[in-house]
Design a protein around this ligand. Structure first.
Ligand SMILES: [Zn+2]
Length: 364
């Protein structure tokens, strides 16, 4: 990267974060005043040509952010969480130092400010001595480098393998790894880390705080919201779907999902399971209903095989998404934003993982 493009990228990034903080403050304000601010803001916004989406249900939105662009709160006892309305991290304060789980770059230095704020108030040391990686993805641990070389970094063995390949200075490889289970004891506090196989990523782990009935599981459950684009861009979608049940097998009362502005309760997990069950049923129905003939007739003569796939699969995804969007638009944030992409990901998984190939199956 040339220095010129590096500067441009830096400027764009600063602009994004500044805008991001302002945007995040809007829904929080709208909740406080019962949606009046929302209407006023919409009336003042000049037309951008960008698509409009349904309002986010007030139940999806978390607490208001401070002027620095973050919110930090106590979950229970010595366990805390921090959000910037896009990403979340969790930390335990102990008499020997702080155990931090994940270091999202969008929160960045606000992680240090939040930890300083909490430990100043509760009298515990503010130094982060242990950093747990939920998984290797840069959007969740890409600020790990802020915690120095001496911090104990704990992750799944597969995370170390993947991070060695990525070789990203902002994501130093873990110096403690485990295969199945690892109980982390620090200063009288504990976290139980467990690997239940690949799901969202090959190395995504379940982080359980038994003393506080809190589970952190990232990029699987999205409390109050439709799952992120393409079922959270998950590498193993059948296993990602199964991870919903593995999560519910833990006796948690509070969930840290790694995204957006609020914590989760068990009803959020049940609702997302229902969303997925509905999307699966609706996808199978759409595959049965959408006739592939017009797609072959339109694109076949010119020999554009990819256009046949693209147009047919998009038509199935649209048909699959429509009833799910209608049902969930008032129940989940952004059901109209990502359900088409989620249907697309599910169709592809049904094709390649489950062998449900529709018109592209064994030729008669
Ligand atoms: Zn991820």
């Amino acid at each position: 990267m040339t220095s010129e493009s590096a500067e441009t990228t830096g400027a764009n990034r600063r602009t994004f974060l500044k805008t991001a903080t302002a945007a995040a403050a809007v829904p929080a304000a709208a909740v406080l005043v019962g949606g009046v601010a929302d209407t006023a803001a919409a009336a003042d916004t000049p037309s951008s040509g960008l698509p409009d989406y349904a309002p986010v249900p007030s139940g999806a939105v978390g607490p208001a952010l401070n002027a620095e662009g973050y919110y930090v709160g106590q979950i229970k006892g010595n366990l805390y969480w921090i959000t910037d309305a896009y990403y979340q991290a969790m930390f335990l304060t102990t008499r020997e130092g702080v155990v931090l789980v994940d270091a999202p770059p969008t929160t960045g230095h606000n992680l240090l400010r939040a930890i300083e704020q909490v430990t100043r108030a509760n009298g515990k040391p503010s130094k982060v001595t242990h950093l747990v990686y939920s998984h290797n993805h840069a959007d969740h641990i890409g600020a790990a480098s802020l915690f120095g070389k001496d911090v104990v970094r704990i992750a799944h063995t597969e995370a170390r393998r993947l991070l060695r390949i990525d070789n990203d200075p902002n994501r130093p490889e873990p110096n403690v790894v485990f295969d199945d289970r690892y109980t982390l004891h620090v200063g009288g506090e504990r976290l139980e880390l467990a690997y239940h196989g690949p799901n969202h990523s090959p190395d995504n782990i379940f982080i359980y705080a038994p003393d506080y009935a809190t589970l952190m599981l990232v990029d699987v459950l999205f409390p109050g919201w439709a799952p992120f684009k393409g079922l959270a861009a998950s590498s193993d979608i059948p296993a990602w779907i199964k991870a919903h049940d593995i999560a519910l097998d833990y006796p948690w009362q509070t969930l840290v999902g790694g995204h957006l502005g609020r914590l989760g309760v068990r009803d959020d997990a049940t609702l997302q399971k229902q969303y997925m069950a509905d999307l699966l049923a609706s996808t199978r129905a759409a595959e049965a209903d959408v006739d592939p003939t017009p797609f072959y007739e339109k694109y076949g003569p010119s020999g554009n095989s990819w256009a046949i796939f693209k147009a047919y699969l998009d038509a199935v995804a649209e048909a699959a998404a429509a009833p799910v969007v209608s049902k969930y638009i008032s129940l989940l944030g952004a059901a109209d934003v990502f359900t088409f992409d989620n249907a697309t990901a599910l169709i592809e998984s049904l094709r390649i993982d489950f062998g449900e190939l529709g018109p592209f199956g064994i030729r008669p």
